[in-house]
Ligand binder design. Structure first.
Ligand code: PLP
Length: 426
């Protein structure tokens, strides 16, 4: 994925990150379930899902497909289904997660790459919309699963050609196909009897600039025209992909989905009015934007250590939340009960893995921390628990859903030693 936004925009509200639960509520939960664990705020997830649907309500047939990989839990998928969302899947287990959450048929978008035949078979069985990553996959799909009535193709705009400085240069991205290949794909599929068509791209990740998404839509609307002219295909939908960023840092601003959508609407209505493309459905595949800000990793401080630096050692580690170690990502940290205290002490906030990059924060100014304090890592709801792993014998944590009425419901139990040993043969 390309372009991490560096633009600093106006702060969200007052630049303060708040929590949807109290210290007392967490202390109550900890008496029954040990830290670390994840909490997802149902109210926030529903609200964000509704904002997206409302933002695009001008488009007849609009659909948001939640990127399952962000938060692969059927309880979350079920909530999103109730809000009208489909599922964007990229593997067999993700297809099964969608199925078990009651999402089937064309409410599933199967956007995979380097795809095994069994996954195409399962996608066909479920009646999912298959979004092909390569022109060669048409034949592969036909051979192993048969061609469906509807197909979508993933575009990679590649090197700039009279192109767009905002979208950048995704030629290093492994995903999607060139313009020549995609036009060829529509011709081949049409000739093989495919009746309905979609177009997809996704070249952003955690992008906060509105402009980016507007320009992506502009590019795809122009491509829809070329596809009509050169392949004789009228698209049924355009899938704008995911990649909508969230304000991890307190001074970053959330993307205003209503504003983005209003600008896309203008381009759309213009293109349709000039008969450059048909009136088609807009689809999105947002993941992070929906669950990211509404998930929290709760962890207790085990030890405080002081050598050349001060360390706050948590009972969570990068096996629970890998983003800081993997991408140098910022996750805001609140020390419960010390929200108002001066942030006058500098810590590396670390986990217990035998890897020196197992750090949630480096040189972070926090209130003075003591062993036993409980910390909350913000914005962990997407690509958080999902990226968990078992290195060093670490076990994946439980997940809880905070209901609109303030109850915590366990939606995944913590792994146990038996789970760890279950696959070993000796
Ligand atoms: C990861 C992914 C998404 C979701 O990305 P977010 O950054 O979470 O919005 C959507 N579509 C595809 C194909 C993806 O791989």
């Amino acid at each position: 994925m390309t372009s991490q936004s560096t633009t600093r925009l106006r702060p969200a509200s007052n630049g303060v990150k708040t929590l949807p639960f109290t210290k007392e509520q967490i202390e109550g939960l900890i008496t029954k379930y040990p830290t670390p664990f994840y909490i997802y705020n149902e109210t926030g997830i529903r609200q964000t899902a509704r904002d997206i649907v409302a933002g695009f309500s001008w488009n007849k047939g609009f659909k948001q497909y939640f990127a399952v990989k962000a938060t692969p839990n059927p309880a979350i998928l079920g909530i999103l289904k109730e809000e009208g969302s489909g599922a964007d899947c990229s593997s067999l287990p993700e297809l099964e997660l969608a199925e078990r959450a009651g999402i089937t048929g064309e409410n599933i978008m199967f956007t995979s790459n380097d795809t095994p035949r069994d996954e195409f078979k399962k996608a066909r069985e479920l009646g999912a919309i298959i979004n092909l990553d390569d022109v060669r996959h048409i034949e592969f799909l036909e051979k192993h699963a048969g061609l469906p009535e509807i197909l979508s193709f993933r575009y990679n705009p590649g090197p700039l050609r009279g192109g767009n400085a905002i979208i950048g240069n995704p030629k290093e991205a492994k995903f999607g196909m060139t313009k020549e290949q995609i036009i060829e794909s529509y011709k081949i599929a049409k000739q093989k009897g495919v009746k309905r068509f979609g177009l997809h791209t996704m070249v952003a990740s955690n992008e906060l600039r509105e402009e980016y998404f507007v320009e992506t839509a502009r590019m795809l609307f122009a491509l829809a025209h070329e596809i009509r002219e050169n392949a004789g295909v009228e698209l049924e939908f355009i899938n704008l992909g995911g990649g909508l960023g969230i304000p991890y840092k307190p001074d970053e601003r959330a993307v205003d989905i209503g504003a983005v959508s209003a600008r896309i609407r203008k381009l759309y209505e213009d293109a349709v009015a000039k008969n450059l493309m048909p009136a088609l459905k807009i689809y999105t595949e947002y993941g992070r934007y929906i669950t990211g800000p509404h998930g929290y990793l709760v962890s207790a401080v085990r030890h405080v250590k002081e050598t050349y630096k001060k360390y706050a050692g948590l009972d969570a580690c990068m096996a629970n939340l890998m983003r800081p170690a993997m991408y140098g990502a910022y996750h805001h940290i609140t020390v419960l009960g010390k929200e108002g205290a001066p942030e006058d002490t500098t810590y590396d906030v670390v986990g217990s893995l035998c890897e020196n990059n197992d750090k949630f924060a480096i040189d972070r100014k926090l209130p003075a921390i003591a062993a036993g304090d409980v910390v909350v890592l913000h914005d962990a709801g997407a690509h958080g628990h999902a990226m968990g792993f078992n290195y060093n014998g670490k076990l994946r944590s439980a997940e809880f859903l905070l209901s609109p009425t303030g109850e915590f419901r366990m939606i995944r139990r913590a792994e146990t030693g038996e789970d760890y040993f279950a696959t070993l043969k000796f």
